[in-house]
Write a protein of this length. Structure first.
Lengths: 112, 116
């Protein structure tokens, strides 16, 4: 297993466009997390799944953001009508229940 | 709610110097505590963790002890190397009573530069 994989690594989009990111967790991990990290800050929790169920969403996750994990394996994070303030690194992590999380290398989003 | 405060950087040290990066937290209950490291161009990696009071986490020469009386989890290393240059993040679990160790609150990070 090569760890948590995120695609794409970089995305540049125009304001108002929709973007979608993909995360493939470590195969035996049933929990999957999304975080956002802006420059000079630590990662901020957005949401997490246990299998296909989305168990918690942060208040940071506005109505323009939606995450899915349809078969309990990979997950997607979609941002609709992107704004310049959405520019950030989006991190995905996975874990077993009650074990530490392993992070992917992230998707860097730039909204121009 | 839970929160974490860590020493702001950047921190610049000479090789073989002693390192301390302070981290304090606010929480009700007994969250788990973590140090993650981000090397240049790489993703976040777990460095060490402690899941209950007085536990000491250790890895790669780094240590941190979960001190409930001082609500602290300071990171230390006796002799740093150039290869330790990275950004270090203190984090605690948002759940106060065990449970998910992936649902975390992070500090802002401390950039460490080690000069030869």
């Amino acid at each position: 297993d090569t760890g948590v994989s995120q695609d794409p690594r970089h995305k540049i989009t125009k304001r108002g466009q929709n973007v979608t990111f993909r995360c493939d967790p470590i195969s035996e991990h049933n929990r999957l997390y999304w975080y956002r990290q802006t420059l000079g800050q630590g990662p901020e929790f957005l949401t997490y799944f246990q299998n296909e169920a989305q168990l918690e969403k942060s208040r940071l996750l506005s109505d323009r953001f939606s995450a899915e994990r349809p078969k309990g394996s990979f997950s997607t994070l979609e941002i609709q009508r992107t704004e310049q303030g959405d520019s950030a690194m989006y991190l995905c992590a996975s874990s077993r229940v009650d074990t530490e999380a392993f992070f992917g290398q992230g998707t860097r989003l730039t909204v121009v | 709610g839970n929160s974490v405060t860590q020493m702001e950087g950047p921190v610049t040290l000479s090789e073989e110097a002693f390192l301390t990066i302070n981290c304090t937290y606010t929480a009700t209950g007994y969250p788990s505590l973590f140090w993650y490291v981000q090397y240049p161009g790489e993703g976040l990696q777990l460095l060490l963790k402690a899941t209950k009071a007085d536990d000491k986490g250790s890895n790669k020469g780094f240590e941190a002890t979960y001190r409930k009386e001082t609500t602290s989890f300071h990171l230390e290393k006796g002799s740093v190397q150039v290869s330790d240059s990275a950004v270090y993040f203190c984090a605690l679990s948002r759940s106060n009573y065990g449970g998910s160790q992936g649902n975390l609150i992070f500090g802002k990070g401390t950039k460490l530069s080690v000069k030869p």
